[in-house]
Write a protein that binds this ligand. Structure first.
Ligand SMILES: [Mg+2]
Length: 380
């Protein structure tokens, strides 16, 4: 039987364009690392000879032009002329360009291309990415507010109250040392929130193991939902010890670039919640591998989208809609210009309503970027 007529037409890649963009945050974000006032991402545009345009996002944060260079000089030559629908083959080809580098900005660069290829595949198939991924049947995904900043207690209280007034029932609080101050913040936020609000904390690697144990006891005593990145990501021994010593679920994953880097803490069930960022962890392809591995070990998935843009958030909604172990996802509601100004101008972008993000129903990612807005935001 001649099946050629049933095979998809080759949608050969004609061009790959990286758009580095930068914007001032609507309000600064403060973590244990410091205070940030502006942020960058790279939007990746992949065009096919058949006229389809896919978009993706690379998590850059800083130095976006360096990422654009990697995408256009290192990855593009491996992509042009190839069938955009053969995503797994293209992912492996891009990965092979990175010999000797197991993570870092190069995997983040692949992420932007990979998301754009999934956008193209969805447009070719006429299906939303969530359906291509298997479709768990969700039409919306719960999200939590990120974050109450590591600022003085009065300001932190105001931030928490504002989130609660806006209807969030799940809120993340930034935490840092010294330990007595962290414990005081844990107790103060619970006192303000009462018992009806789910609270979690994000420490951005602020503690050493002995400190994290003391903070963890306070979190358990105050009913916190999870203890995010208390230790640096390389300290896997520390995470394993911590999980045995404290009675609060551990969460991490935004600093893991690939499944290989998350495997140990998932397979040992040290983590209760895995938080890969689709714009960092090799795109939809690798993030899906991480989330499915987590599912096999009864570890939940909560997408990380901090300081990123609307494409990352939309791709994460598709993933969360399709993955049965998706729990809830991060939502920055008021300080991401790539999620507010750009999203306002770009039809189809997901927007938070009543603590929920709706799953786009259009083919691919289901959004149309405003390219004029992208041009206005171009990094200097
Ligand atoms: Mg975090």
């Amino acid at each position: 039987m001649n099946t050629a007529a049933h095979l998809p037409k080759a949608h050969r890649i004609a061009d790959v364009i990286a758009h580095p963009i930068t914007a001032k945050l609507t309000r600064p974000t403060s973590t244990s690392w410091g205070t940030y006032t502006e942020v960058s991402i790279v939007i990746v545009e992949v065009r096919t000879e058949t006229g389809i345009v896919g978009v993706g996002e690379t998590l850059a944060r800083f130095g976006p032009k360096a990422y654009a260079e990697v995408i256009e000089r290192l990855l593009k030559p491996r992509l042009v002329g190839q069938n955009a629908c053969n995503i797994a083959a293209l992912w492996e080809s891009m990965r092979k360009a990175l010999s000797g580098r197991s993570g870092g900005m190069l995997i983040e660069a692949i992420a932007g291309v990979d998301i754009a290829l999934w956008d193209i595949l969805g447009k070719v198939a006429g299906l939303p990415i969530s359906t291509l991924l298997g479709g768990a049947g969700r039409t919306e995904v719960p999200c939590y507010a990120a974050s109450v900043n590591w600022v003085d207690e009065g300001e932190a209280t105001e931030e928490l109250q504002t989130y609660m007034e806006r209807g969030f029932t799940r809120v993340k609080v930034k935490l840092a040392g010294p330990v007595p101050e962290a414990v005081k913040r844990v107790e103060a936020m619970r006192a303000v929130a009462g018992d009806g609000i789910s609270l979690c904390v994000d420490c951005n690697w602020a503690f050493k193991l002995d400190e994290a144990i003391r903070v963890g006891h306070a979190l358990a005593a105050n009913g916190y939902a999870w203890f995010e990145e208390p230790l640096k990501p390389e300290d896997e021994d520390g995470y394993e010890t911590l999980s045995k010593r404290v009675d609060v679920p551990l969460a991490a994953g935004e600093s893991n670039y690939t499944l290989d880097q998350a495997k140990r803490l998932v397979s040992s069930r040290t983590l209760s919640v895995l938080q890969p960022d689709v714009a960092r962890s090799g795109g939809i392809s690798e993030t899906r591998r991480m989330v499915e591995f987590a599912r096999a070990h009864d570890v939940e998935y909560a997408a990380h989208i901090g300081m990123s843009g609307i494409i990352c958030e939309t791709a994460s909604v598709h993933l969360a809609a399709a993955m049965p172990n998706a729990r809830e996802m991060e939502c920055e509601t008021d300080f991401g210009p790539f999620k507010t100004e750009l999203a306002d101008l770009s039809p189809g972008c997901v927007r938070m309503k009543d603590g929920m993000l709706s799953v786009p129903a259009k083919p691919g990612l289901g959004l149309e970027l405003d390219w004029d807005a992208v041009a206005r935001m171009r990094s200097a």
